[in-house]
Ligand binder design. Structure first.
Ligand code: URA
Length: 205
């Protein structure tokens, strides 16, 4: 079990973030989640990845991107030549938002209020890790990092300037790549995704 002694003040370590996420009441998503899922990885990574929120398996494991989307992400990272263990991987929202459907728990997209509430943690991770490059995986991640809606199609494939010194790259969410119905379109989007990860790796140096 994590140390839940976090007192609500500005987190000064990644352990603070993990402890704080676990007892967070900034929005209501903690109620139906198994646990909070903080970011993990190299504490001073030059490259940070931000996803949407934990999925079913991440909620159970307490770790980001370990389910089907995580496997897709790992495959693309390997193709792009980016070692995951040298990066920091987190989510815009730290608790799993879902609704019951029979025995399954169906993902629901977090709303703007939830993303805004959870920026407290994402901003803390950004401040502590200080990455040179932040990759936003999908629209919710882009909202969490940039604080405003940012269309993926029009902005992907290039380096954006973020506040502070960091550069940003927006790209598709790996779960979206799993769902593109047309095979050719899916292959194209996947190739673009790998290209974006490679760009991010180069920018991070
Ligand atoms: N999807 C996400 O956005 N994040 C995860 O951690 C898992 C799936």
């Amino acid at each position: 079990a994590r140390d839940a002694s976090y007192d609500g003040s500005l987190p000064t370590s990644l352990d603070d973030v993990a402890a704080g996420v676990e007892v967070c009441r900034r929005c209501d998503l903690w109620r139906d989640a198994t646990q909070g899922v903080p970011g993990e990885g190299a504490p001073k990574a030059a490259l940070m990845f931000v996803g949407e929120q934990p999925g079913d398996q991440e909620d159970l494991a307490g770790r980001p991107f370990v389910g089907p989307a995580g496997q897709m992400f790992d495959r693309a990272l390997a193709e792009a030549g980016v070692p995951r263990d040298r990066t920091f991987v987190t989510n815009a929202v730290k608790h799993f938002k879902h609704e019951p459907r029979g025995k399954r728990r169906l993902h629901r997209t977090p709303d703007r209020g939830e993303v805004t509430a959870c920026r407290w943690w994402l901003d803390a991770e950004r401040r502590l890790v200080k990455p040179r490059v932040i990759v936003m995986l999908g629209a919710t991640a882009a909202l969490g990092v940039m604080g405003k809606p940012t269309p993926i199609g029009a902005n992907r494939g290039k380096a954006l300037q973020l506040s502070g010194q960091a550069r940003g790259v927006v790209t598709y969410h790996p779960a979206f790549l799993l769902r593109v119905p047309d095979e050719e379109a899916r292959a194209r989007a996947y190739a673009e995704f790998v290209q974006d990860l490679r760009l991010a790796g180069e920018l991070a140096g």
